[in-house]
Design a protein around this ligand. Structure first.
Ligand code: ADP
Ligand code: NI
Length: 224
C-alpha cells in the first residue's frame, strides 16, 4: 500500500519526465509553480490537499492544445496513471473531473462548475498565466505555435464557443485581450484575487508600453 507521500512523489516524477524540455510555457516549472501555489491556496481555503496536489500535477499532461484540440486525452492519461498507482476511485474520479473542466474555453463561454479543489487548482493555473511569468509564457506559447507577435490591423475576438477559441490563430498580443486580462475577474478564491491584483496591473503596464513603443510617432507626440 503506497502512502500519500509516495503517490504525490511518484506523480511528480512522472509529470517531470513527461513535460521535460517543453518550450511552449507548459514545462515542468509551470507545473511546479501551479503545484506550490495550489498548496498555498488550499491551506487558506481548506481544500483537500491530496486531490488538489494530484490535479495540479496532472492538469496539463495531455492538454488539448497539444492533442489537436482533443479534450479527452488529459483526463484519460490522468486516470491511467492514478489507476496504475492504485489510487482509490473516489480520489481518481475527483482529480479527473477537475482536469476535464479546468481549462479556459473562450471569453464568452460559460465556465463549468468546479469543486473547491478544482477552484483552487484553476486559480493557481490562472495566476501562472498573468503577471511577469504570464507575459513570458504567452510569448513562449506564441513562438512554439508559430503565431505572430502583433498585428495592429487585427482586432481581438471575444470567442463565444470553445470550437472557435480552439481554432483561433490570433496574435499573442490579442491573446492578452482575449484571455489574460480577463482572468483577474474570473478567479474563484479571495486568496488568489489578492495575489492577482499586482500581476494584473503589471500586465496592463506592459501592454501600454508595448503599444507606445510600437508606434514611435505616437509616443513622441505623447512626450511633446
Ligand atoms: P489553460 O488550460 O487555461 O489554457 P494552461 O496552463 O494550459 O491554461 O496555460 C495556458 C498558457 O498558454 C497561458 O499562459 C497562455 O498565455 C498560453 N496561451 C494559450 N493560448 C495562447 C495563445 N493563443 N497565444 C499566446 N499564449 C497562449
Ligand atoms: Ni497549466
Amino acid at each position: 500500500m503506497m502512502t500519500q507521500t509516495d503517490v504525490i512523489g511518484q506523480t511528480a516524477d512522472y509529470v517531470r519526465e513527461a513535460m521535460q524540455g517543453d518550450s511552449s510555457g507548459h514545462d515542468w516549472w509551470h507545473i511546479y509553480r501551479v503545484w506550490q501555489n495550489s498548496l498555498y491556496l488550499a491551506a487558506r481555503e481548506g481544500a483537500d490537499v491530496t486531490v488538489v496536489q494530484l490535479a495540479a500535477l496532472l492538469h496539463d499532461v495531455g492538454d488539448w492544445k497539444f492533442y489537436d484540440g482533443d479534450e479527452s486525452v488529459g483526463p484519460r492519461l490522468a486516470r491511467e496513471w492514478l489507476e496504475r498507482l492504485g489510487v482509490d476511485e473516489g480520489v481518481t474520479g475527483q482529480v479527473c473531473a477537475i482536469i476535464a473542466d479546468l481549462s479556459f474555453k473562450g471569453a464568452g463561454v460559460q465556465a463549468a462548475r468546479l469543486t473547491l479543489e478544482g477552484q483552487v487548482v484553476q486559480d493557481a493555473d490562472r495566476l501562472d498565466a498573468i503577471g511577469a511569468i504570464g507575459i513570458a509564457r504567452a510569448f513562449a506559447y506564441g513562438g512554439a505555435k508559430g503565431r505572430e507577435m502583433h498585428d495592429p490591423a487585427a482586432a481581438p475576438v471575444m470567442h463565444s464557443s470553445f470550437e472557435q477559441y480552439k481554432n483561433s490563430r490570433g496574435t499573442t498580443i490579442n491573446h492578452f485581450h482575449e484571455k489574460l486580462v480577463l482572468l483577474k475577474d474570473r478567479l474563484n478564491t479571495e486568496a488568489a484575487r489578492r495575489l492577482a491584483a499586482d500581476r494584473h496591473a503589471f500586465m496592463l503596464e506592459f501592454l501600454r508600453r508595448f503599444e507606445a513603443e510600437w508606434d514611435i510617432g505616437r509616443s513622441a507626440a505623447d512626450e511633446a
